[in-house]
Ligand binder design. Structure first.
Ligand code: ADP
Ligand code: MG
Length: 256
């Protein structure tokens, strides 16, 4: 992995101790399919995700961004390499433990939102709390609060089909935050939002991430939000080939 001057990161002292890191990957590989249909989606990923910071993952379509965050969040199994989230390795857990650990520690915003069509907006946001055992009334009340934070307080009764793409995206973001996870992973969270709403959502995400040393990972193509990042990991063809921090981010946001 090469690092960008002038704000290069120390190669890996944090990973060695694990201190201050929400997650890290070392040499992670992942393929799909078999035989002549095999696609090597991750070709040896090295990445450190610090707590209390916003890491953006950028790169061309098909370079492996969604696969990588799915491996980090324990949704997909890796083939090889090391990966740990708050010091724990999903591949060492049984299915039930994995589901519980993910439910308690990770909030995930899927690219396609994955809202449940028969539940209203507040109920959708409440799902992670109910999975963790919170009573329905309290969970839905908290769901409404989080909807208000993403500017949808008056739409809590709406079904996903009655909301625009951008509104559904904000419901998905509220759902990822409602149970106060320590790691929040978002796949293109501003893609369906206009500039102003995107800025509001980013400010909220960043505010939440910085509280209590949580970590935020955002996959994005959206150069308008680069300036919110603490580090930008650039991916290409299944690898992270550059990590940009500090003044390098300003240059990246300006388009070099
Ligand atoms: P990105 O999110 O950067 O667009 P992905 O992680 O979705 O990239 O995909 C990386 C590569 O893996 C691409 O070549 C894609 O076509 C392939 N891929 C992704 N998901 C699957 C799947 N379920 N089955 C087969 N190939 C897949
Ligand atoms: Mg993707």
């Amino acid at each position: 992995m090469s690092t960008a001057a002038p704000s290069a990161q120390p190669a890996s002292s944090q990973a060695a101790s694990g201190k201050g890191l929400a997650a890290y990957c070392r040499g992670v590989t992942k393929h799909y399919g078999s035989g002549s249909n095999q696609v090597l989606a991750l070709r040896g990923i090295d990445l450190e995700i610090p707590a209390g910071k916003l890491t953006m993952l950028v790169g061309p379509s098909g370079c492996g961004k969604t696969t990588l965050i799915s491996v980090i969040a324990g949704i997909l199994d890796r083939d090889a390499g090391e990966c740990s989230v708050f010091g724990r390795d999903f591949s060492a857990m049984g299915q039930r433990e994995r589901t519980r650990y993910r439910g308690e520690n990770i909030g995930f915003v899927f690219q396609q939102f994955n809202l449940l069509p028969t539940l209203n907006a507040a109920e959708n946001v409440a799902v992670p709390l109910m999975i963790l055992g919170e009573g329905r009334a309290a969970a839905v009340a908290k769901g409404k609060e989080y909807l208000a934070q993403v500017g949808l307080g008056d739409r809590w009764k709406s079904l996903p089909s009655q909301l625009s793409g951008g509104q559904q995206q904000r419901v998905a973001i509220a759902r990822a935050l409602v149970h106060s996870p320590r790691l929040i992973v978002c796949d293109e969270p501003t893609s369906a939002l206009d500039h102003e709403t995107g800025g509001r959502v980013m400010a909220l995400l960043k505010d939440v991430a910085l509280k209590n040393d949580r970590a935020l990972v955002i996959v994005t193509h959206d150069a308008r939000i680069f300036s919110y990042a603490d580090q930008i990991a650039k991916m290409d063809d299944g690898r992270v080939d550059q990590v940009i921090t500090g003044s390098g981010i300003t240059a990246e946001a300006r388009g070099h």
